[in-house]
Design a protein around this ligand. Structure first.
Ligand SMILES: [Mg+2]
Length: 390
């Protein structure tokens, strides 16, 4: 089997988007105190779709969501020429070739997103060629179904927040995550508003549900240190991305207090990045996203390393490329799940691009063992609602 062609398309949503109120979600730009609501400037409404075609008629599908226009250029200019004519079964060699070819400017961020998208498409081909779901190439089932947590609660009016949290509980979710709305520039009153969000969700769902909270890189170490004791009474399962991803020492310090478990890693890359995080004892939960971290070829290695450190892996985002990795690892007890909603921050956009992504039922998703590969197709009809480049 040989790779015959590679197609990259960027799709940019051109339909309506839900309005994002002030303090909807903290993010790294908040510290700049820009006049406009900063989450509105931090959305991502574009996606990269990659298709790899083989000479025996298989099509592997991969995707990436970081800076898709530039990621497309990296693939078209640097990576596609390496792959044409090669055998997808040599996935380890191909990963190393892509990594070493782009090492001067790649390694993290866009370069690794490009490699990830291709690697995911390669694994999709391997599954289709072997007539097996991808998780069976990675070790098979470690659980009958995957427990998922509802990942949608934002910083909105408290009664609205409470009713949305209750709705997820009624739908059968045993865990859910909310976002903070305030950070260092909002002072002590912002801290109280953040606590009100957490208190509202905890009181709405009771003590039998896991509640997590996400600062999405919008805080500082100083701010997070002051928030930890205030958050402790709500026994969160974790506090996510309290500081920027480069502040490994900050993560390690917050974790060392052992007041609230610390999660992160969705903006970290490759086995090397996670080796450093694990050696620094920086995280209680690892949250790589397979379509950023280096694809399935890297995700499985990081999962093995995390297991050796007894740090669970609960990947960022739902999506099939993460679910297959979770299914094959006992050290992944749960997965994230973005409910289907109108287009807002961009997390939900994959629902509009692909067919076959599993819908949660009673707080679980299932993977069909009769579907080969990753199990998704491109919803070409839906792409009419996007501007398509490529
Ligand atoms: Mg996150």
């Amino acid at each position: 089997m040989k790779i015959k062609e590679i197609r990259t398309r960027v799709v940019e949503w051109r339909g309506k988007t839900a309005p994002l109120p002030q303090h909807f979600c903290t993010n790294p730009m908040d510290l700049l105190a820009l006049p406009q609501s900063s989450m509105r400037t931090f959305t991502f409404h574009g996606w990269l779709i990659v298709e790899i075609f083989t000479d025996d008629g298989h099509v592997g599908i991969g995707n990436a969501a970081l800076a898709p226009q530039v990621t497309k250029q990296v693939i078209d200019s640097y990576l596609k020429p390496l792959l044409i004519g090669t055998d997808p079964w040599d996935s380890e060699f191909l990963w190393q070739h892509m990594y070493r070819k782009t090492i001067a400017f790649g390694r993290k961020g866009i370069g690794m997103a490009a490699i990830s998208a291709l690697d995911i498409a390669l694994w999709d081909i391997l599954g289709k060629s072997a007539k097996q779901p991808v998780y069976r190439l990675l070790g098979g089932r470690t659980k009958a179904r995957i427990p998922v947590y509802a990942s949608r609660l934002y910083s909105v009016e408290l009664d609205e927040l409470a009713s949305e949290a209750k709705r997820y509980k009624d739908e059968g979710f045993k865990a859910m995550k909310l976002r903070f709305g305030w950070g260092p520039v909002d002072g002590a009153s912002g801290m109280q508003r953040n606590l009100n969000l957490v208190r509202t969700v905890r009181e709405a769902v009771g003590d039998d549900i896991d509640v997590m909270a996400d600062a999405y890189m919008g805080w500082t170490l100083d701010y997070a240190k002051r928030m930890l004791p205030l958050l402790e009474p709500f026994h969160l399962r974790w506090l996510e991305e309290p500081v920027v991803p480069d502040d490994i020492h900050g993560y390690a310090e917050l974790k060392s207090y052992a007041r609230v478990p610390i999660a992160g890693g969705e903006h970290e890359f490759t086995l090397y990045g996670f080796r450093d995080l694990l050696e620094a004892r920086a995280l209680d939960y690892i949250q790589f996203d397979t379509n950023r971290v280096g694809g399935i070829t890297q995700a499985r290695k990081i999962a093995a390393l995390a297991e050796a450190h007894s740090v669970p892996v609960i990947p960022h985002a739902g999506q099939m490329h993460n679910y297959h990795v979770v299914m094959a690892s006992l050290n992944s007890p749960m997965a994230e799940y973005f409910p289907v909603v109108d287009v807002e921050v961009g997390n939900e956009l994959f629902w509009y691009i692909f067919n076959g992504e599993p819908k949660a039922k009673d707080g679980f998703i299932e993977l069909d063992e009769n579907i080969s590969g990753l199990g998704i197709t491109i919803n070409e009809k839906a792409l009419e609602s996007f501007d398509v480049t490529g």
